[in-house]
Design a protein around this ligand. Structure first.
Ligand code: CAA
Length: 300
């Protein structure tokens, strides 16, 4: 087993992938960021540079740290080349089972035999992903939270066959990158989304049933429960398609209709209103800031 993790390959240059690359590089690891799209890689490097500048301005890191961090991130469009000498691979590709299984088969075929293969999946079974490889004991969930440079938690998810040694390595590694790891077992939604998503779904039901408006629901949870964002704003931030998908994973995986996504959530996803990323969700983001929106979608 690999106890000296130094080279980390991150698959996927989206929001989670660039955040994960950022935190590993900032903690002195050699990072290779992989994506099939060169544009996505360029965008990711721009975002990482901007987020580091923000940290320099707040005097959390120095300009020298920023430069060192950026210099330790390489980019690559070929997955097989990128994992050749990796000690750890963290997959943060799109949340799609078939895609993830294919990526893990490819990583397994090309990464060194002692490399640990981690996935940032928010809901797909770690055990199922591990079974696509010839090293299920070395496959583990390493679930980061958005914005990755800010959120302290890493949910470490053990698949059925994940070994104690691999789990300990990843727990220690998460601490090395300044995070607080929490170990959980592999069941639908793990702990984070088993608890968070039904709360978001219930907030959407409250809106759907006319109990209160968008701003009122969010204000209750922000000011009454000290949540940094209200649940409807958070749903927009996560992506309404992602929220709906995770509710379906809970519904199917736990076999309980209480987890069915609210019809209003389904309707909004059908309409392409996916939250911040599409410019519109429970709020309007088309002007670059969060604004109230009034829409026929909110009436039954
Ligand atoms: N990179 C680096 N720093 C960042 C950043 C980024 N991408 N985004 C924000 N920050 C920093 C800011 O510089 C600021 O730092 P200081 O405290 O030193 O001033 C701090 O974070 C707060 O940022 P802002 O002042 O700009 O904004 P805010 O106070 O409104 O906080 C927020 C923004 C951190 C996103 C906060 O609203 C929050 O914590 N929201 C909840 C987020 C959450 O729940 N995330 C989990 C989503 S679920 C998930 O990711 C997984 C899943 O499986 C679905």
């Amino acid at each position: 087993m690999n106890n000296t993790i130094q080279k980390v390959t991150v698959i996927g240059a989206g929001t989670m992938g660039n955040g994960i690359a950022h935190v590993f590089a900032m903690s002195g690891f050699e990072v290779t960021l992989v994506d099939i799209s060169k544009d996505a890689l360029e965008r990711a490097l721009d975002i990482i540079a901007k987020n580091l500048t923000r940290m320099v301005k707040k005097e959390k890191i120095t300009a020298e740290d920023q430069e060192k961090t950026l210099n330790s991130i390489k980019t690559e469009t070929s997955l097989s080349d990128a994992v050749q000498s990796a000690d750890l691979v963290v997959e943060a590709a799109t949340e799609n089972v078939d895609l993830k299984l294919k990526i893990f088969r490819d990583i397994d075929a090309n990464a060194p035999g002692n490399a640990i293969l981690a996935t940032n999946t928010s809901s797909i079974s770690i055990t199922k992903i591990a079974a696509a490889t010839k090293r299920p004991g070395q496959v583990i969930g390493m679930h980061f939270f958005n914005p990755v440079p800010v959120m302290k938690l890493v949910e470490v998810i053990r698949g059925l066959e994940t070994t104690d040694t691999v789990t300990q390595s990843i727990m220690q590694l998460a601490e090395k990158v300044g995070k607080v790891p929490v170990e959980v077992n592999d069941f639908p939604g793990f702990i984070s989304n088993r608890v968070l998503m039904p709360m978001i779904n219930e907030a959407i039901y409250s809106l759907y049933e006319g109990v209160a408006g968008v701003a009122e629901i969010d204000t209750v949870m922000q000011l009454g429960m000290a949540h940094p964002m209200g649940p409807l704003h958070l749903a927009d931030f996560i992506g309404l398609d992602v929220c709906m998908y995770i509710m379906k994973v809970l519904e199917t995986g736990l076999g309980n209709p209480k987890y069915a996504p609210c019809p209003l959530l389904v309707k909004m996803v059908d309409a392409g209103k996916l939250g911040v990323k599409s410019g519109e969700g429970f709020y309007d983001y088309s002007q670059g800031v969060k604004q109230k929106r009034v829409s026929a979608l909110f009436s039954k």
